[in-house]
Write a protein that binds this ligand. Structure first.
Ligand SMILES: C[S@@+](CC[C@H](N)C(=O)[O-])C[C@H]1O[C@@H](n2cnc3c(N)ncnc32)[C@H](O)[C@@H]1O
Length: 270
């Protein structure tokens, strides 16, 4: 992972929230919130909460008496979340690195993390932090994207960028969001951090977009791939985004489109 892979800043939070969340994050957010609710927690910590896709689902499904602490490394993501969720008194927002959580031991019943652990520079350390702040028997619930080939919009955009920049293709998508999907490795990292009762399942959904332009803008401009594209002298960001949109149109058609998305859902006991 490079330093820029975790920089969700500038215009990224707004584009991410408007385009990527409804397209690929919302279905998994609803699923994760229901799994959290099944544990009837009093205190929930969310790490890598981003623009609040899961936080919002948690606030809908959990009783108002459940306290939700939503954290993220990048405060601009939390500020974007707050534009929609400022009227929820049960949510506390706090910038925090998941590898160095500013909370005492045994403070939470559940730690939830949606599509965040792939960005952790040291996953065993991040998992050990989740375990440290969980009460005995508490649950760590998180998900990761499956291989990029199982996630059709992302794969087509990634392949298009390989052709657009043949000498120096952007690798963000396979290096980070789609770079940690081996169930055996995830299990052994959790065991190394002290977790047990580990369950891993594969969950598939359909992703929908109003046009090929939306996923192209979402992935090229609403993720840290933006800075990877901008660091190349040519073509520029607009031309690269158009190339990605053209590739999506060739594969899925030029009107409203849909494609498969697939992730691994992981549950572990502290
Ligand atoms: C793909 S986004 C997922 C956001 C949100 N959970 C969602 O479902 O939309 C990844 C998030 O991880 C955050 N992140 C990256 N490294 C982190 C770290 N070390 N600690 C906490 N958050 C981190 C980023 O700021 C970003 O918001």
């Amino acid at each position: 992972m490079t330093a820029s892979d975790k920089a969700f800043t500038g215009s990224i939070p707004q584009l991410y929230d408007r385009l990527l969340v409804p397209m690929i994050f919302a279905p998994y957010a609803r699923d994760l919130a229901q799994r959290v609710d099944a544990h009837q927690p009093r205190d929930v910590l969310e790490t890598a909460a981003g623009t609040g896709a899961v936080t919002s689902a948690l606030a809908s499904v959990l009783p108002e008496s459940t306290r939700i602490t939503a954290t993220d490394l990048n405060e601009p993501m939390l500020l974007q979340a707050k534009t929609r969720l400022s009227n929820k008194p049960q949510i506390t927002w706090q910038p925090a690195d998941a590898l160095a959580l500013p909370f005492s031991e045994a403070s939470f019943d559940v730690v939830a993390c949606q599509f965040g652990v792939m960005f952790f520079p040291d996953r065993i350390k991040g998992y050990a932090e989740a375990r440290r702040v969980l009460r005995p028997g508490g649950r760590f619930l998180f998900n990761v994207w499956d291989r990029i080939e199982e996630n059709e919009f992302a794969d087509v955009v990634h392949q298009a960028l390989q052709s657009i920049f043949p000498d120096n293709p952007p690798q963000f998508m396979i290096r980070t969001p789609h770079g940690y999907h081996d169930a055996g490795r995830i299990r052994s990292d959790l065991i190394a951090a002290g977790f047990n009762e580990i369950a891993i399942e594969t969950i598939t959904h359909r992703s929908r977009a109003a046009s090929p332009q939306d996923p192209a803008v979402a992935f090229c401009q609403g993720t840290p791939m933006r800075s990877e594209i901008e660091s190349r002298s040519a073509p520029d960001l607009e031309a690269a985004t158009k190339g990605a949109a053209d590739a999506l149109a060739r594969r899925f058609g030029s009107g409203a489109i849909e494609g498969r998305i697939q992730a691994l859902m992981i549950s572990a006991a502290a």
